[in-house]
Design a protein around this ligand. Structure first.
Ligand code: GAF
Length: 426
């Protein structure tokens, strides 16, 4: 029998302490959880309709709650020791007004509930404790995990009226991922792609997920070599400009696509219809090389990185399929160089961590992970190198940057779960 992850059990224990006033709850205490993710490769390709290759990890956002029927949602955050409340009345219209009154973490929950209401899911209200062990803001997508856990909790509370599953359910897991992506846009203003939410929804133990962000087709690839580990090293740097720079990169890619489309359609009418070129993914390396000099330098860099990164993702997928995980390493180093020099989303602290990793024998590859400007690196290492890399980081990182890094080891893990505490978890 599956067990509730420890953070869900912790949240459930906290529930009776926090919500001790006499609410006449309709149903039993339920728990829901969803994993964070690491992304092996395929950075900033998701909103360019390209390919990504993430894994869900063994860290979850946790949710424990009970339904109430008065249209109120009350929340307690274990991480922030903080209470928040919002009303379901007049959502989605009241969203902006209510969002402004809420702390950041609760906005993701309001975002998901609002998207569900917009999708005509009936929600009565609930009290919940939220917690988990995905490091907050540390590059493992704690916000996407919270969004997905919220959606699954709402499904649990709906008494079978809002189901999520493969066949015959109201929503597939990928539809939930898309809904949570919209919730992220609402909650944070980040025009993010679907990478984080999809990885959380689709996680499978021992598997990486090759996702086509255009068709949303996906395939599981083996990622279960016991002598290799994925180390996530957190710079502990968070930068405010990250969201605006992210949205700027997205606009630059859209602009590069538009210009390249014009050039290709003007010059190769026999080959391409304008409507066939929707994103950078539709432009071949040869076409890019041919036309790039007509683009402003900055757009050459941005588009060049995305086109090369999509190729790297597909190459890594081939290597995983062949069981040749060792050969993935060089593509990670290359990915980092592209993110640093062409896409310009790295920062000194991320570069220092990658440089340190490069000196350690047994580190097969490393690169910055996620949106950038802080957050973490992902390192593919032989188990025999874990200790040496940890020590090298401890000795050099703070001295070179003034920040303290933290090191975590992750395994490819399963997707969301949800159950009442008096049932067996699903
Ligand atoms: C962030 C976004 F949320 C993702 O959609 C993705 O674009 C990633 O940055 C970069 O690959 O995590």
């Amino acid at each position: 029998m599956t067990r509730f992850p420890q953070p869900v059990q912790d949240a459930a224990e906290k529930f009776s302490v926090v919500f001790h006033d006499a609410v006449a709850y309709e149903g039993a205490l339920g728990g829901a959880w969803a994993p964070g993710r690491v992304n092996l490769i395929g950075e900033h390709t998701d909103y360019n309709e390209g390919f990504v290759l993430p894994l869900a990890v063994d860290r979850v956002a946790a949710f424990a709650g009970r339904v109430r029927n008065d249209g109120v949602v009350r929340l307690w955050s274990v991480h922030f020791n903080e209470y928040a409340q919002f009303s379901l009345a007049d959502l989605p219209e009241s969203f902006e007004q209510q969002r402004a009154m809420l702390p950041g973490w609760a906005r993701y929950i309001l975002g998901v509930v609002t998207e569900l209401i917009q999708a005509r899911v009936s929600i009565k209200g609930f009290d919940a404790v939220v917690g988990g062990d995905v490091p907050l803001g540390g590059g493992m997508s704690s916000s996407a995990a919270l969004e997905v856990a919220t959606a699954y909790a709402c499904s649990l509370f709906s008494a079978g009226n809002f189901t999520i599953g493969a066949d015959g359910a109201a929503f597939t897991p990928l539809q939930i991922a898309a809904l949570c992506q919209q919730a992220e846009h609402r909650a944070s203003g980040l025009r993010s792609g679907i990478l984080d939410q999809a990885a959380s929804c689709l996680g499978k133990p021992g598997k990486a997920i090759l996702l086509d962000c255009r068709s949303l087709g996906y395939r599981y690839l083996p990622f279960d070599r016991p002598e290799l580990s994925l180390m996530v090293i957190d710079t502990s740097v968070r930068r405010e400009l990250a969201a605006s720079a992210y949205n700027e990169r997205r606009s630059q890619c859209e602009e590069a696509t538009r210009l390249l489309r014009e050039l290709i359609v003007q010059n190769e009418p026999a080959h391409k219809e304008a409507s066939e070129i929707k994103s950078l993914r539709d432009i071949s390396q040869a076409q890019f090389e041919h036309y790039k000099s007509y683009l402003p330098a900055i757009l050459q860099q941005r588009a060049g990185y995305i086109i090369a990164e999509n190729k790297r993702v597909l190459r890594v997928a081939e290597l995983l399929e062949q069981g040749n995980v060792e050969a993935v390493g060089p593509l990670l180093w290359q990915g980092h160089a592209g993110l640093r020099d062409e896409y310009e989303v790295s920062c000194t602290e991320l570069d220092v961590l990658v440089e340190i990793a490069q000196q350690v024998p047994g580190v097969l590859g490393a690169r910055m992970m996620g949106g950038g400007f802080g957050g973490c690196t992902i390192n593919l290492v032989r188990n025999s190198a874990i200790e040496t890399l940890s020590q090298a980081v401890a000795q050099q990182y703070q001295a070179r940057t003034g920040y303290q890094a933290s090191v975590d080891i992750c395994r490819a893990a399963g997707g969301p779960g949800w159950a009442f505490f008096n049932d067996s978890p699903s």
